[in-house]
Design a protein around this ligand. Structure first.
Ligand code: SF4
Ligand code: SF4
Length: 313
């Protein structure tokens, strides 16, 4: 809301004639709206998302000809209207036109589309807030990628650039650490440190991220991995068990625990955790192989029954 408040006093002043053309699907092409803004809209979010995407029905007609938030008195969600609604008219990407009746024609600031983040005040901040918000969202599938989804990478941005480079196996230079960094920046630092085998650093960054995103069981699993790498076994165990309490559907967490109990030579526990990983991810043959190895160890330890031990004797 701090960002929205700042935008209430645009440098160009508010001259809007309220013709409402920019609140209709035919008035302009689809609007980009982040999940964070949709969440702020509350119950009005889902329909607005369909409107902003200019969704069409089977006959090719817009599902919402006009914005579902537009009422007889104007915008019904004015105080929480999305960013694109706020800056519309004040800034215009090259090659686009404002609606014919728009009072901003001639007063708008045109910019090359590639310069969006450099030109439109608040765009970078919105991006940062949106990424931080994405990071807080808890993955509900068994995928254990730790990735954030829902935001395309913008290579103008240093953190997105770093993330993209790490993703293709490079080791980018990261900016000097600032006094206050967003949680997304800390997450990129964690990834970077992990990829460079700086496990203690990676663990520290993941733990920082988890303070802001305490429900991210996948990041907790990664934090545990780095704890394990530096011999912090108890911390690793605690992180993985906590991750399982949040979400018992990630095979990676189970298999990491399998390795931990193998390390402790607690073979039955190891077999159980590898077995659970195998059930969740049957196509990953390594889980089954590890489970069977652990079960063999269990069998070897079991004392052979002898005639004198037999309960009938
Ligand atoms: S949210 Fe409000 S300002 Fe934005 S398009 Fe809808 S009615 Fe118009
Ligand atoms: S098209 Fe222009 S004048 Fe009309 S409501 Fe939108 S910003 Fe205001």
């Amino acid at each position: 809301m701090e960002l929205y408040s700042a935008l209430e006093q645009p440098a160009t002043g508010n001259h809007c004639g309220s013709c409402r053309s920019c609140c209709s699907a035919a008035g302009l092409s689809k609007q980009n709206v982040t999940d964070l803004e949709l969440a702020l809209l509350g119950p009005a979010g889902p329909d607005f998302a369909r409107y902003a995407a200019r969704e069409k029905d089977a006959c090719g007609r817009f599902v919402f000809e006009v914005c579902p938030n537009l009422g007889p008195e104007g915008c019904r969600v004015y105080s929480i209207r999305p960013f694109s609604c706020r800056v519309f008219g004040h800034y215009r990407a090259e090659g686009t036109v404002l609606p014919e009746a728009c009072v901003y024609i001639g007063r708008d600031r045109e910019f090359p589309a590639s310069q969006y983040y450099q030109t439109v005040p608040g765009a970078v901040r919105l991006r940062q807030l949106s990424r931080d918000y994405q990071l807080r969202k808890v993955p509900t599938t068994r995928a254990a990628s730790g990735e954030i989804t829902g935001l395309g990478l913008n290579l103008e941005d240093v953190w997105d650039r770093a993330l993209e480079a790490i993703g293709r196996g490079a080791s980018p230079e990261l900016p000097e650490q600032a006094a206050e960094e967003g949680v997304f920046a800390t997450y990129v630092r964690a990834l970077w440190a992990g990829e460079n085998n700086r496990h203690a650093e990676a663990l520290g960054y993941y733990l920082q991220v988890l303070q802001d995103c305490p429900k991210r069981h996948d990041l907790m699993t990664f934090a545990g991995f780095h704890a394990f790498q530096i011999g912090q076994m108890e911390q690793a165990e605690q992180l993985w068990l906590s991750a399982l309490q949040l979400f018992a559907g990630n095979p990676l967490t189970f298999s990491f625990l399998g390795y931990l109990y193998s390390h402790y030579q607690q073979w039955q526990m190891a077999a159980d955790f590898f077995g659970a990983a195998a059930e969740l991810e049957p196509e990953q043959l390594l889980h089954r192989k590890r489970r069977d190895e652990a079960l063999n160890r269990v069998a070897k330890r079991r004392p052979e029954a002898s005639v004198t031990d037999h309960p009938g004797d």
